[in-house]
Design a protein around this ligand. Structure first.
Ligand SMILES: [Zn+2]
Length: 257
């Protein structure tokens, strides 16, 4: 989930879990919202409109893609259950999750030992505009030896599935991931992109928030460090997970038995 982009000098770190909706049979849908932080002033040469930063470091969609192209899909599954071998998803003895913003929470999916976790991102309700960002996110998170993310129009039956849609009305956030959790694992979820907030911010913000929400969907919570992908703020020039994100994925998935 992301709140609106605010200038560095005025960004606050306040965020909280808003609601937890218990469902039947022990399944819980948990929604975490970030409060919007309205900036009082804008300091750099940017145009302020409804609290959004629209100038500054806006990039074209592919302006910073160099870090995300060397991706191997070797071993990726092609459907159904297991996502190919996961030789690199090895346990990390003694390693802890790093740089965690504990006001946020996510859980990993259940991994079958020796296999990558296949997670389908269902795109049938997304516009063509978002497809390059989703594809970028697929390639970015596929760099983890534990994960086999796949973009599909419709999820296969009985598969790990994250649905996606665009909300045209709400101004609650830039984006959000609602997890379905059961038994200590994520078992499903939904990503919402908020057009009213994102459209004025442009391509960079849309790409950032798309890859970020996909990061939540693969099990990562927010990071405390500023200007990294999994920080709760929106950065229109940050698109790639970093070494700590991949380390955290090893901790989440490598130690599952
Ligand atoms: Zn977030």
């Amino acid at each position: 989930m992301k709140r609106k982009l605010t200038p560095l000098a005025t960004r606050s770190k306040a965020r909280y879990a808003l609601l937890a909706l218990p469902l039947v049979f022990g399944v819980a849908v948990v929604t975490y919202w970030l409060p919007m932080s309205r900036a009082a002033t804008f300091t750099v040469g940017v145009e302020a409109e409804a609290g959004n930063l629209t100038g500054a470091s806006k990039l074209t969609t592919d302006g910073n893609a160099s870090g995300g192209k060397a991706v191997s899909f070797a071993g990726a599954g092609t459907g159904g259950g297991g996502g190919g071998s996961a030789d690199g998803c090895t346990p990390q003895p003694g390693k802890q999750l790093q740089d965690q913003d504990m006001s946020d929470s996510q859980l990993p999916w259940k991994r079958t030992p020796g296999q990558k976790v296949t997670i389908y991102f269902e795109t049938k309700n997304m516009t063509q505009e978002y497809m390059p960002y989703i594809d970028y996110g697929i390639q970015a998170w596929a760099k983890s030896p534990c994960l086999d993310p796949q973009a599909v129009a419709s999820c296969p039956a009985n598969a790990n599935c994250v649905t996606m849609s665009i909300d045209k009305n709400s101004t609650e956030a830039d984006g959000n991931f609602d997890a379905v959790e059961k038994g200590g694992f994520t078992t499903g979820g939904h990503i919402t992109m908020y057009a009213k907030e994102l459209d004025p911010q442009g391509a960079g913000a849309k790409k950032n928030v798309t890859v970020h929400e996909m990061g939540h969907a693969v099990g990562l919570r927010h990071r405390k460090t500023d200007r990294v992908l999994m920080n709760g703020d929106t950065y229109d020039d940050v698109f790639d997970p970093d070494a700590i994100d991949f380390q955290n994925l090893l901790v989440l998935y490598g130690n599952q038995t």
